[in-house]
Design a protein around this ligand. Sequence first.
Ligand SMILES: Cc1cc2nc3c(=O)[nH]c(=O)nc-3n(C[C@H](O)[C@H](O)[C@H](O)COP(=O)(O)OP(=O)(O)OC[C@H]3O[C@@H](n4cnc5c(N)ncnc54)[C@H](O)[C@@H]3O)c2cc1C
Length: 493
Amino acid sequence: MDAIVIGGGIGGLSAAIGLAARGAKVTLLEKNCRVGGKLNVWAKDGFTFDTGPHVLTMLWALEEVFAAAGRKLSDQVELTRLDTVCRYHFEDGAALDAPGDPEAAAEAIAQFAPGEEKGFQRFLTYARQVSDATTDPFLRQDFGASVRGVPSSAQWGQLRDFLALRPWRTLRQVVRENFSDPRLRQIFELYALYSGSHPARASGIFATVADVQWRQGTFYVRGGLYRLAEALRETAESLGVVIRTETPVQEIIVHGRTARGVATDGGERLFADAVVCNADCLSALTTLVPEFARRSWTESRVEKIEPSTSAFLLLLGISGEYPQLAHHNSFLAADGEAEFNAIFESGVPADDPTIGIACQSLTDPTRAPEGSTNLFVMTNPPALSSKFDWQHEAAGYRLRVLEKLERMGLRGLRERILVEQMWTPMDLQSRYGAYRGAIYGLSSNGWRQGFLRPPQVSPDVRGLYFVGGSTHPGGGVPLCALSGTNVARRIAG
Ligand SMILES: Cc1cc2nc3c(=O)[nH]c(=O)nc-3n(C[C@H](O)[C@H](O)[C@H](O)COP(=O)(O)OP(=O)(O)OC[C@H]3O[C@@H](n4cnc5c(N)ncnc54)[C@H](O)[C@@H]3O)c2cc1C
């Protein structure tokens, strides 16, 4: 069988490997000059930055991709489990180190807010129950799509186990049941933002992030996470996948109600038995799928979808170092609620945003010249809309971010910048074709968006499949890898 994969993000590369490992002849077409999609890299004057993912978790999802090709993830990249999940910095100067070991994390919480460690243990137990109840039925298959027929008795059982977790409770409710210290509540509510969502509207099952971080571990890839994209590309090519970069697809060719291939921007027409689309499906559904074939996912339906948050990035190569920084840091908003209101109610970036900083050169000196530091600085603004004009307001926003960091202890930051790159949500849209620059396509706000993402198997066009963060099971490197593995299995058995 022949398959065409549109896009070389994690989902596309994983699908290509899974298909080729099962004997398919695969061609992958990527519009950019290299594969990886949002897992991307930027380098200047001896500094190297990952420009997307920094937190690598759920290694088993990637291990399964490499295993399909007879390889081991640990032979492909050098992994380091991080000792500290994150260092949280508060406006009043307080800081909480969250060690990667769950026992040590409970102790740190006990020191920071005595008595709260019991809630933390309960929260971790719930998080583990969520992981156990969701991994096979929801992450390894498109549960929503497979029960649109009549659920099997095994599926009824899985559904019962899932409902026992009371997934209709919001993350905010689950956090408040377990923590009373407002600072800890603020930290754990941030899990909703990891999927681009609001804690009072996203399901409590996002507590699973705690299990992922503490039991499954948070990892760094030596040389940078982009090494993963290189390892996936090399593995795909070793299986015979033909990867063509700088080849944007303009249209999916549909005859009757069946996908037959793709037409490229260069006017080429390529035919195949299956088309796997890794381009953001909210964009692809309205631009790549021909109009006559858009039945259930019409333009007006896509317009009603609430996108996930986007990202604002500053990549800063600075002289010297800041001893108060760990590998991962979060400089919290003084008022977490005001930040959520700005993003999700007003549709504008918060005046005082939570700022994530990754400092990879602490763990891996190859990322910056000697005596200097590479800082990846990120905030979570809303997706693009008419409410905020990045073209004219980005410079002012950049200043706000740098001033906040200086106020919270990174004194003299601006004077120490040697190299700098700024990316706004407009970059996510133009570089990766992300719908309105959203990181994960749609938010997980509300039951429908949280649990019934656009399906991996097109309901409208036979032979057309979707992989990547905007489809099932969701965004983030491991889930995108699973989306590719799931589709490869579905197509090629
Ligand atoms: C700033 C940032 C920080 C993040 N942090 C983390 C993190 O810490 N941990 C984590 O797990 N995840 C993180 N993520 C999310 C993670 O990067 C994504 O969920 C994941 O990489 C997306 O993979 P994907 O399969 O959806 O493909 P994408 O990365 O969306 O790639 C899609 C590819 O398709 C190509 N394409 C689009 N249209 C066409 C076309 N018409 N023709 C040909 N090619 C096309 C694009 O160029 C792109 O290469 C982060 C993302 C960002 C942006």
